[in-house]
Structure formats: C-alpha cells, structure tokens
Design a protein around this ligand. Sequence first.
Ligand code: PLP
Length: 379
Amino acid sequence: MSINRTSVYLDYNATAPLRPEAREALLRALESPANPSSVHAAGRAARDVVERARAQVGALVGVPAGSVTFVSGGTEANALAIDSAKAAGVQRIIISAVEHDAVVETAKVSGLPVEILPVDSNGVADLAWLAQALETPGKALVCLMLANNETGVIQPVAEASALVRAHESWLHVDAVQAAGKIAIDFSGLGADTMALSAHKLGGPQGVGALVAGTRAAVTRRQHGGGQERGRRAGTENVAGIAAFGAAALAAPEGLASLAEQGHWRDALAFRLKAEGAVVLGEGAQRLPQTLCFAGEGFGSEVQVMNLDLAGVMVSAGSACSSGKVKASRVVEAMGRSDLAPYALRVSGGWASTEADWIKCGDAWLAAWKRIGARRREVA
Ligand code: PLP
C-alpha cells in the first residue's frame, strides 16, 4: 500500500488500496502488451489473460465466466443494466431511496417513470411497499443495492427478488460495495443483473463488470468492434481486467478477517456513542468494515478536515466528485434529516489494522471535544 503507515487510510468505500496480487497482475499484463483480438501468439496470450480474469470475477459471485461483461466501472455497469432492462421492455423503474447516484441519475434520464422505494430508520428497504408497488400492472425494473456505500447497510435482496420474480419483473443489484467484503451468491440472491467495480475490492480504478443471469439479455450500449460479445465495443483494458481478476481471486481469502474487523468498528462506535455521537443503520445488518455516524453540530466537511490534519483519511457521508460535501441523501431517506449535514463515513478493508480504527477514534474524539469547548466558550 503506497499510503504511508504514519497516516491512517479508512476510506475503502471510496477506493480500496491496490492489493499486491492485483498490482502484480497489472504490471505483468502491461509488460506484454497485445490486443486480445489479434490472432498472433501475443494476442492469444492477452485473450487468455482476459478470459482467466472473467472466470475469476464470475467465481467471486458464483457465476460462470460467460455471465460477465467487462466495462469501465460500477457506474457503467449500472447504466448498462438499466439500458438492458429498458431494451427488454420494462415500463417503469423502482429504485430504493438509498441507491448510489450512478443508479439515480441514470434512471432519471432513462425516459421511464421512476418510483422511489422508501427505507426505514435503519436504511432497510420497505418490502411491503415494494409488494404493493409491484401490483401495478407493467413490467418493472427494480434497483436494490446489496450494501450501501455510506452506511454499509445490507438490503434484503433475496426477499425482494421473490417479489420481483412473482411479477415477472427485472431485479438489478448494485453490489459494488458488497463485493469482496461479504460473500455473494448471484443465483441465491435471485438477481437478473449485478454491478461490480474493481477499485472497491483492491483492484484498479476504471474497470468493472456487469453480471447477467440467464433471464437477462445485455444490450449493446457502445457500438464499434465486437468486443465483449458485441455488448461493449472497444479494445479491452487488459491490464485493468487482469488486476480485477487477481483482486477477485484474492478477496474471498480475507473475508473471515474482514468480518473480525466488525469488532474494531463496533469498539469505535461504542467510544463515539459514549460521547454523544449517533451511529446510523446500527439496527440493520451491515458490512463489517463500514461505520457511519454523526456528531450533531459538527459539520461533515469540518470533521473530514480535522481528521485529515490528524493524519486520518475518511469521507463525509456523502462526498460528490467535485470533493464538495452536501447533506447525505441516504441519511435523509432514513428520516434523520437533522443529522444529514453531520454524517461521517469510516470504512476499512483488507489492509486496515485495529490501531487504525483506534487512531481514528482518538482523532475524532479530540476534535469533538475541541469543538464542544469552543461552543461552550461562545455560549
Ligand atoms: N455504486 C456504488 C454503491 C458505489 O459506491 C459506487 C462508487 O462509489 C459506484 C456504484 C460507482 O462505481 P465506479 O466508481 O466504479 O464507477
């Protein structure tokens, strides 16, 4: 990991550090450049690299290689799923209130009516509402993420899929944050399509995959050459794909120790709550390495800056690509608009240590006490 060990990186849900296995695969592929479409020996070797990675990524979620289409990342995978469902004749889109902007914004411009599936105070989708909404005639595309990027809350996807299936509709699952952090069984979840992204599980940025089950036909989104079986034209990102495959292969070995990280996360939550912070989504099943909390009156942006000065890198509950922080839409959807401007996300991963979580707590509590003292002086 290139981030120096005097600083603490707990922002894996933004991007996880590159795994050594992924780095090695990336460099190896870069050193023997060839186009996988070339018929000569070097081209065939590059094709082998891509196909091996396809099998490795498929294995991560329990599907055969043929179910995997490589794309540029989670955003494109979500867009390709929505386009594919639209091409298959869905008439409306139902998205959970906590979906990532990649889903929200793509659904908005799809030209189809969009309905919002509400969540409860823990951020869990309301399946009774979904059951009711699916009674309306017309094939629907239901987008329900597996784990939320801000809170880590895990959605009842298998239960939702039973409802979606009964209405012959299409279930798309954004598993970008869940992959590599918990075990995923694509068939068991009953998904039609699933989005994955390499950089959230220790692969490089700019590569992802759409997984499609047998019921789902993936549409042609990008025209040109016949790469990715005509679904996504353009010379493959061989090195990125190789590294994605290596990360997908390495990730399951670390799942047990990642689950243990839940204890460090909970120990931090305990310290924060004792000083008045509120943990969001605590009553739901969550990713073991994600903690979202709010200290009332302590703006997200100020928290991030205070922690950064102390050498601890985390994110605001909701940071958009410009780096500007806006109130968390996810926290608002959970009925806690009062806390939305104060939400902070701490997310660890494969290389995090208990000391990292402790240092993060020390830094946050020190800043919280400073802010409190200043407030008392002003009052
Ligand atoms: N979906 C979720 C849940 C995410 O957290 C992200 C990235 O933050 C994306 C999709 C987009 O993935 P990518 O950055 O690979 O485009």
